[in-house]
Design a protein around this ligand. Structure first.
Ligand SMILES: *Cc1c(COP(=O)(O)O)cnc(C)c1O
Length: 398
C-alpha cells in the first residue's frame, strides 16, 4: 500500500477493477458479492447502464458551469426532490458533509433572520455521524472525530437518544436553534428510531420554534424502501434535510432540502459552492432519482430487506455464539456481533462477501436496492459460511 496517501483509512487488502450490479471483480477475475455498495452509495449497483448512459451523454456536452449561470439540471432535480418530499427548496453540494454544513447554516441563519441571533445551539446525539467537516464533527459530538482538532465549536450539545427528558429540556431552552438526527443511525450501528420518537421530537420542536434537521445521507434515496426513511411515519417531516450518498448513485453529489420558511435566511450571498450541482452531477442524479423513485424499485428494496433481515435472523438463531442481534431498517441492516467486527469483515472477504463495519461492534449490509433475490440468497449463504468460519476460529470456552 502507498505511503504517499494520508493514513486515515484502514483499507482492505483487495483491489477491484470493475463492477456489475452487486458484483465486484478483481483484475484476476475473482468475484465478490458487494453488500457495502460504497457505504449505501451505489444504490443502483455498479456500472448501471442507465447511469452510464446519462453520464456519457452529458460528458460530451458540458461538464461544469459556474453557479453564476442557470443550470437546468438543478432545476429539474430540485423539482423532483421537492415534489416527493416536505421541502420547497434545495441547495446542491458535492457530499454528505456539505449537505450537513448547509443544513446547519440554514438553521442558524433562520433564527438570525427572525431577529433571534442568540439561538445558535444545535442538539445532536451519541452514536450519530454527520460527516467530517468541523461543523459536522461538532454536531455529532463523537470524541473520536473531534479530539486533537482544537476547541469544540460553541453551540453544539450532545444528548443520548433514550433520554427524552433531557431532549425535551434542551429543545425548550431559548438559545436552541435546531435538533439534528438520523432517522436510522448508519455509522453508529444501524439503529432505527421509532415513529413515536420522531413524532414526539417533531411536536416539541414545533412548539419551541426549533428547526428539526434530518440527516438522511445514508437512510435516504430508497434505502429503507421509502424514498426517505422518515416517510414511513407521516407527520414527522423535518424542516431541513441532508441527502447525499445514493443521490448520485456513486457520482459525488449532495443536497440540502428545506421548507421555504426554514430557508428564509439563505438569501443571495449567504452560501455557495463551485462544483455543487454541476451539469455532470445533475445528469447522473436525475437518472438515479427517476430509477430509485419508481414504485417498483422501492417495493423491490422492501421485499429484498425482508429476505435479508429474515434470513439473517434465522442465522442469528443458529449462531448465538457469533451474533447478538439483527437490527436496522430496510436495506440498512446491522448485525451486532459477539466476536470482533473487523475480524468478521475479513472472514467474510474470505467467502468473497463484502460487508461494512459499524459502531457498537456491528457489521452492516447495505446492498444495492436492485440486488436480485438470487444474489440476496447467495449473500445469506456466504454470511452463514462466515459465521461457521468465525465459530471454528473461536477459542474453546474453558
Ligand atoms: C456518509 C454520511 C455523512 C457524510 O457524507 P460524506 O459524503 O462522507 O461527507 C453524513 N451523514 C451520514 C448519516 C452519513 O452516513
Amino acid at each position: 500500500m502507498s505511503d504517499k496517501i494520508m493514513a486515515v483509512y484502514n483499507r482492505a487488502p483487495v483491489v477491484f477493477e470493475r463492477g456489475e450490479g452487486a458484483w465486484l471483480y478483481t483484475a484476476d477475475g475473482e468475484a465478490y458479492l458487494d453488500c457495502v455498495a460504497g457505504i449505501a452509495t451505489n444504490g443502483l449497483g455498479h456500472a448501471n447502464p442507465i447511469l452510464v448512459a446519462a453520464l456519457t451523454e452529458q460528458a460530451g456536452k458540458i461538464w461544469h458551469l459556474s453557479n453564476i449561470f442557470r443550470i437546468p439540471g438543478q432545476e429539474e432535480l430540485a423539482q423532483r426532490l421537492t415534489a416527493n418530499s416536505f421541502a420547497d427548496v434545495v441547495f446542491f453540494g458535492n457530499s454528505g458533509s456539505e449537505a450537513i454544513e448547509c443544513a446547519l447554516k440554514t438553521a442558524r441563519k433562520f433564527h438570525a433572520a427572525n431577529g433571534q441571533p442568540e439561538r445558535i445551539d444545535v442538539i445532536g446525539f451519541a452514536g450519530s455521524f454527520h460527516g467530517r467537516t468541523y461543523a459536522a464533527v461538532n454536531a455529532s459530538g463523537n470524541a473520536a472525530y473531534i479530539e486533537g482538532f482544537g476547541p469544540r465549536l460553541p453551540g453544539y450539545v450532545q444528548l443520548g437518544l433514550d433520554d427524552m427528558d433531557a431532549i425535551a429540556a434542551a429543545i425548550a431552552r431559548p438559545t436552541t436553534a435546531a435538533l439534528i438526527v438520523e432517522p436510522v443511525q448508519g455509522e453508529g450501528g444501524a439503529r432505527a428510531l421509532s415513529g413515536e420518537w420522531l413524532a414526539e421530537v417533531r411536536r416539541r420542536c414545533t412548539e419551541a420554534g426549533v428547526l428539526l434537521i434530518y440527516d438522511e445521507v445514508q437512510s435516504g434515496m430508497g434505502r429503507t424502501g421509502k424514498l426517505f426513511a422518515h416517510q414511513w411515519f407521516p407527520g414527522t417531516e423535518p424542516d431541513i434535510m441532508a441527502v447525499a450518498k445514493a443521490l448520485g448513485g456513486g457520482f459525488p453529489v449532495g443536497a440540502c432540502l428545506a421548507t421555504a420558511e426554514a430557508a428564509k435566511g439563505m438569501i443571495f450571498g449567504a452560501h455557495g459552492s463551485t462544483f455543487g450541482g454541476n451539469p455532470l452531477a445533475m445528469a447522473v442524479a436525475i437518472a438515479a432519482f427517476d430509477e430509485i423513485a419508481r414504485p417498483a424499485t422501492l417495493a423491490h428494496a422492501a421485499a429484498l430487506a425482508e429476505d435479508l433481515s429474515g434470513g439473517l435472523r434465522d442465522i442469528a438463531g443458529r449462531y448465538g455464539d457469533v451474533i447478538v442481534d439483527v437490527r436496522g431498517k430496510g436495506l440498512l441492516i446491522g448485525v451486532k456481533l459477539v466476536t470482533n467486527n473487523r475480524d468478521f469483515m475479513a472472514a467474510a472477504r474470505d467467502q468473497r462477501l463484502l460487508v461494512a463495519g459499524g459502531g457498537d461492534n456491528c457489521v452492516r449490509l447495505l446492498p444495492p436496492l436492485n440486488m436480485t433475490h438470487d444474489d440476496a440468497a447467495e449473500a445469506l449463504r456466504r454470511f452463514e459460511a462466515t459465521c461457521t468460519a468465525v465459530r471454528a476460529a473461536q477459542p474453546k470456552a474453558a
